[in-house]
Every structure is written in structure tokens, then in C-alpha cells.
Design a protein around this ligand. Structure first.
Ligand code: HC1
Ligand code: SF4
Length: 579
């Protein structure tokens, strides 16, 4: 250890401990902006964390970035002198000099790390702001899912780090030099034409409003206030355990009932549950998988995560024949809501608009896939991320905290099993499918419903499951996050992976940490485990735990689809992929 003086106090520091870490340990705050330790971000990019030091043997005090300067024996550190405060303020002023100043109209207003830091350092005017500089860096609106507004970029490079090191997509690159530098796509491509898979993980780490989803709250308001339109809402498995945080509720709080109540107050005509469609997907995917296993076609990959589909199409097109053809729950729900539901409820399908609330940016991308429309009619009309849904409620003056809970009441498409509920976390799709495959193989229910061997949290997990009966042993793998996914794809490509069924979720943690969730400051995905536990608790609390026992799913097959993977089911609920 070394001994130093910190704001007049004698302190000890570990060898190589930075001034920032040491100060924090002693309860001394130092402002930071680019810092994000969870993603192994390169330090000292923003240089806001300046402090003043005097080192033995040097005459004058120096200003240094505290995040990459180790404490040294005999060092004197001052964190709050006027010189330090002015240096920090100047640094933020320079960062803001070519940052779009339209804070009042920014989607990140009130939730922006740059705004926070400007207030912290006491910056109330900007002497150097030059609008012409910001505009030159441009706004990329090419993606249906995301907007990249480089007029708000502070070049912290968190997005580059997460895309390259976390997701291994490596779509982003620093362009230009000095004051003209920004973040762009490789080869000067637009986002839409690049290798980006719209997973939204870069959005999750962006400290400002530079990266965000395409805001479609106005379209939803148009639908809600058009009396000709029947609005049908669905919300994803993971939304109910991540949305409360948008309104300050404890992480992982299950707000399903309050979301239903809030949707009714908004004026929603019909509220359905994506969980119901997850149960339908289990039926289709299980039937499809058994057929593929019988034909010795292996492995089969799950297909409900749209960023994974984008990844497979853009990075591993040779693996596309191995992807399940079953559409995602979001799309299955849309399709059934525009065919079966109007038939049951006596509504003209042309009046229906389906609005999804998803913890995901890639679901916006999925919605516009040409093969998911028939005769010009899309299955889903708008996708709102969890963040946009919060914005929509706030625009309508609805506070989730004071919202009375309500319950689903649609008799056709809102009941769900515990299996459908756990889709929102890594391993959940696999566990749900095994519960149903066991029943198909043995004609009776799996005795031990919760499959602990599937529930770890490592990026890649494998298991061998004795399904028995007509199926026998099934070898499975589950990946979350695209780094482990890439490794597995390489193994499958090389012929060294021995699996029957592989679940992929592009976001680390699965949908509970999808790129459409609430953004955390200074932490990357801190709530995954709490949200996941809540999903498991929902599973335990449901009366029906297997998709095939969901009475509304049984009615759908009895009255409409005939049986899983029937010709009609195949036409409505299956798709294809293109490179
Ligand atoms: Fe997901 Fe899915 S689980 S993809 O993670 O299969 O977004 O929650 O809605 O479609 O059901 C997301 C979550 C979601 C689909 C389902
Ligand atoms: Fe990279 Fe995902 Fe962001 Fe695209 S959305 S740039 S793939 S992190």
C-alpha cells in the first residue's frame, strides 16, 4: 500500500489504485462522464474527472485525470479547489461546445448523463457553442429501429466498445480526427446497410441522447384517437418486470396489472399478452423440432429473437437453414390478432391495429420484414420500446405508481402459462419447450417442472436432457449475448458442436436486459437477475405451467389452427430468412 493526502486527510491506497477509486473508497466524490467499468471501457476519454496533485520531487501542482492516474507514495491530492472545479467545468463546456443544445426537445431530457454532469460542475452558459459544427456530423435515420444523432455525440466511445467487445458485431468505428471526430459505421455505410443487428446495446450505454430508438409514440396516439380503429395492445414477457423502474419502483417489481390498467386508461380497445403467443410458439416450435429430429436435421436454432435473426442473416448466412421457421411470439400474436381474433369477436380485421410494447429495439426492425406482411397488411403496426411506453404514459399524464392494477379479460388471447412467462430470460424458451416435448414424448407431464440444469447465467450453457419416450436424449445449448453466440456459431459451422436444439438471445440476460429497456447510468445491465427472479416467481404462481395446457391455446388449435404445424398453422405462423 501507499500513503497519500486526500483533501487534507491521510489515506492509504492499494498499489496501482487510481485516484478515482481511492477517493471513492474514502467517500470523496469525483465527477465522471465516460466511465463505465462494467464494459471495460477505455478510461480518460472525456477527461472530466480532473484533480490536482502534488508529487514528491515536483515543484508545481498538476491537473490530471483521476481515473487513470495511480496514487503514489507521498502524493497530495486535491479534488475541490477552484482550479479543479474550473478545469472540470471547462472540460464539460468544451464537450458541450459542439453538442446539440436542444435539451428541452431531446428524448433523453431529464435522464441524460451529460445534463447531470453539466449541473454537477455548475455550468450555466456555454461560451463556445457553434451550431454549424454539430450539424456537420449528421443524423442517421436509415434504420427502422434506431436513430443515431451524432450532433449529440460526446465521443465517449462506450458504444464502440460494447458493439466490438461485448457483441462482437463491430459495426461502429470512430471517424475523423480532433474536433471533427464522431462515431460512424464501418465503410461509411448507413446503419441500415451496415452489419449492425439493431440489438440496441449501444443505446443502453450511450450517456446522452445520441443513440435511441425511433420514437413512434405519436403514431400510437393517432390510433388511439381514431374511432374507426380498434387498437390491440400486447406486451412482452420481460416488460412487466422491467417497466416499473421507469417510474421509480424497485427493480424487478411485477407491474403486469398496472400496465393493463394504464393501457385501459390510455383508451386501448383490446389488451392481449405476448405470453399467450409464447405458448403458441412452444407448440409450433416443439412440433417443428420433433420433425427435424426425426429427419436427423440438427441442430435447430430458436428464432424468436430478432437481433439474433439479423445476426444470423448478416454474419452466418450458411446457418440459416438451421433456424426454426416459427415466427416470434410478437409476430404470431399479430397474425392471430388479425385472423382468429376478429373472426371470434366479429370485428372487421381491416380496422385492427396491433401495437407491441417490447424491451427491444430489434422488434421494430422485425415488424417491417417484408415476409411478415401479407397483401400489404403488416402483422404488427407499431412497436414501442419499454422506454417509449413510459414516454407515452407520461405524455398522457399517467403515473404507473398510482395506477390501480387490472386484469386481462380477453377470452381468446390473453391467458398464459408459466412456460410462456419465462421466455423473457435466457434459458426460458428452452425450458418451456422441454416441458411440452416431454409431454409429447411420454403422454404425461414432466414430474420436475423447473429444470435447474437450464437456469445458470453463464453466457453459454449446455445440458443433456433425458426427454425419454419417443424422443430420447436431447442435447441443448443456450447462449445470451452475441460474443458467446458467435463462438457457438463458429463451432456449428466447423462441425464441432453436437447439439439438437440451441436457444439464442442476442442481449446479455435475454429480454429482461433487452436494448429497449430503461437505461442505467454508470452501470451496464444491473437488474438482470432481479427481473429474472420475478419471471420465475410468475411461473411458480401460474395455475398452468405448460404451454400445451393453456386453455386458450387449446381452443385456438381446436377452433382455428387444427393442430401444431398444420398446413394452416404453417401458413400463418412460420416464415423464412434471407441473407
Ligand atoms: Fe422477448 Fe419474445 S421473449 S423475444 O425476449 O420470444 O423482446 O420479453 O416479447 O416475440 O414472448 C422481447 C421478451 C418477447 C417475442 C416472447
Ligand atoms: Fe452494434 Fe447492436 Fe448498436 Fe448495432 S445496435 S451498433 S449491433 S451494439
Amino acid at each position: 500500500t501507499v500513503t497519500a493526502t486526500l483533501d487534507g486527510r491521510t489515506v492509504t491506497a492499494e498499489a496501482q489504485e487510481t485516484i478515482l477509486a481511492c477517493a471513492r473508497r474514502h467517500g470523496v466524490p469525483i465527477p465522471t462522464l465516460c466511465e463505465l467499468n462494467d464494459i471495460d471501457h477505455a478510461p480518460a476519454t472525456c477527461r472530466v474527472c480532473m484533480v490536482e496533485i502534488e508529487s514528491p520531487g515536483r515543484d508545481s501542482a498538476q491537473l490530471v485525470a483521476s481515473c487513470n492516474t495511480p496514487v503514489q507514495e507521498g502524493m497530495t491530492i486535491r479534488t475541490r479547489t477552484r482550479r479543479v472545479r474550473e478545469a472540470q467545468r471547462l472540460q464539460v463546456e468544451l464537450l458541450l461546445a459542439d453538442h446539440n443544445q436542444d435539451c428541452a426537445t431531446c428524448v433523453r431530457h431529464g435522464n441524460c448523463e451529460l445534463q447531470d454532469i453539466a449541473q454537477y460542475v455548475g455550468l450555466h452558459t456555454n461560451r463556445f457553442f457553434d451550431r454549424t459544427r454539430t450539424l456537420g456530423r449528421g443524423i442517421d435515420t436509415s434504420s427502422p429501429a434506431m436513430i443515431r444523432d451524432m450532433t449529440k455525440c460526446i465521443r465517449c466511445q462506450r458504444c464502440v466498445t460494447i458493439c466490438r467487445n461485448g457483441q462482437t458485431v463491430d459495426a461502429l468505428v470512430v471517424t475523423g480526427t480532433g474536433i471533427d471526430s464522431a462515431v460512424g459505421l464501418h465503410h461509411g455505410l448507413s446503419q441500415k446497410d451496415s452489419t449492425c443487428v439493431t440489438c440496441g446495446q449501444c443505446v443502453m450505454v450511450c450517456p446522452t441522447g445520441a443513440l435511441g430508438e425511433r420514437d413512434e409514440t405519436d403514431t400510437v396516439l393517432d390510433f388511439l384517437f381514431d374511432s374507426e380503429i380498434v387498437t390491440v395492445f400486447q406486451f412482452a414477457p420481460a416488460v412487466r418486470v422491467g417497466f416499473g423502474e421507469e417510474f421509480g419502483l424497485p427493480p424487478g417489481t411485477n407491474v403486469e396489472g398496472r400496465i393493463i390498467g394504464a393501457l385501459r386508461r390510455l383508451g386501448a380497445d383490446i389488451v392481449l399478452d405476448t405470453n399467450f403467443a409464447a405458448d403458441v410458439v412452444v407448440m409450433e416450435e416443439s412440433a417443428e423440432l420433433l420433425g427435424r429430429l426425426a429427419g436427423k436435421r440438427r441442430p435447430t436454432f430458436t428464432s424468436c429473437c430478432p437481433a439474433w435473426i439479423n445476426f444470423a442473416e448478416r454474419h452466418y448466412p450458411d446457418l440459416l437453414p438451421m433456424l426454426s421457421s416459427t415466427k416470434s411470439p410478437q409476430q404470431c400474436l399479430g397474425k392471430i390478432a388479425k385472423t382468429y381474433l376478429p373472426e371470434r369477436m366479429g370485428i372487421d380485421p381491416a380496422r385492427i391495429r396491433v401495437i407491441s410494447i417490447m424491451p427491444c429495439t430489434a422488434k421494430k426492425d422485425e415488424r417491417v420484414r417484408p415476409q411478415l406482411a401479407e397483401n400489404g397488411v403488416s402483422e404488427i403496426d407499431v412497436v414501442l420500446t419499454t422506454r417509449e411506453f413510459a414516454r407515452l404514459l407520461k405524455r398522457q399524464g399517467i403515473d404507473l405508481r398510482s395506477q390501480e392494477p387490472s386484469v386481462f379479460d380477453n377470452p381468446y388471447m390473453s391467458a398464459y402459462s408459466g412456460a410462456g412467462a419465462i421466455f423473457g430470460t435466457t434459458g426460458g424458451v428452452m425450458e418451456a419447450a422441454v416441458r411440452t416435448m416431454y409431454q409429447i414424448a411420454n403422454g404425461r407431464e414432466l414430474p420436475q417442472i423447473e429444470l435447474s440444469q437450464l437456469r445458470g447465467f453463464d453466457g453459454a450453457r449446455t445440458a443433456t436432457i433425458e426427454v425419454g419416450g419417443t424422443i430420447g436424449t436431447v442435447k441443448v445449448a443456450m447462449c445470451h449475448g452475441l460474443r458467446p453466440t458467435r463462438d457457438l456459431c463458429e463451432a456449428v459451422r466447423a462441425g464441432t458442436a453436437d447439439f439438437d436444439f440451441i436457444e439464442i438471445m442476442a442481449c446479455p440476460g435475454g429480454c429482461v436486459d433487452g436494448g429497449g429497456n430503461l437505461r442505467s447510468k454508470k452501470a451496464y445491465l444491473p437488474y438482470a437477475l432481479k427481473r429474472r427472479e420475478s419471471l420465475f416467481a410468475i411461473d411458480r404462481s401460474t395455475a398452468v405451467r405448460q404451454s400445451h395446457n393453456n386453455p386458450q391455446v387449446q381452443a385456438l388449435y381446436r377452433d382455428f389452427l387444427e393442430r401444431p404445424y398444420s398446413e394452416k398453422a404453417h401458413h400463418l405462423l412460420h416464415t423464412y430468412y434471407t441473407d
